[in-house]
Write a protein of this length. Sequence first.
Length: 256
Amino acid sequence: MKKNSEISVIVCFKNAEKTIKSTLESILNQTFKDFELILIDDNSEDSSLEFCKELQKKNNNIRIVSFSNSLKPLKARQEGVRNSNSKYIFFCDADDILPSNSLEVLHDIATETDVDVVCGGFQYVIGRKLNFVYDFKNVLNFDGKLINDLIVNFKENEKTKYSFFGGHSIPISFWGKLFRRDKLIDFEKADLPYLHNFDDTYGNFIIFNSIKSIYFTPKLVYKYYHGGFTSNVNHDILKDFDKVYLLRKNNKHTTI
């Protein structure tokens, strides 16, 4: 019987033919090799699915799951989790890039510290001019105080966990984080709405209910390029905001 991979890298895509080649090359060229690559095709109409099928022929760690109906980003990620078998989960958008040692850095920390989530530094790119690196040197907790310890234990302060959803310096993205697979059970089983906007916030509200500790490393593990499948805003933005608002309002640890 084939052994389960240590990490499942989940990439959801829809009509990503212009970017997905570079994204998948950056994943397949990782120094850490014990991973499976799960590709969730959200009803693509361009050549991106065909490219993935050709790539799969050359790499036995690639699995493709295609849907004829549009899931949108949140439910597409959920399907990725449902199809995973690894100890850890890493999400990557189909238009972003991983430095070659990203998985190695995150996995080393996860195994050494036994935390639920490892969050790495990232480079944020918008167009050709706006480009900055965030490395958690000024991480704030709920009370506005600087977190000196790289490991944050949420058992000691539940409010700290949920303060990350209120415009603080912790990115609420799926990407750039290595999650323990067993902490995503609630997300995997949840009856999720069809969201295009605020999907990261909604999904992580569910996931963070099970999270007890998180480790922040300043090492660069992700290059985020604004403007792809998961960052485009559409006409459903107000409806999606209402769904996230209700989720926050019903959580006793959050403030609106």
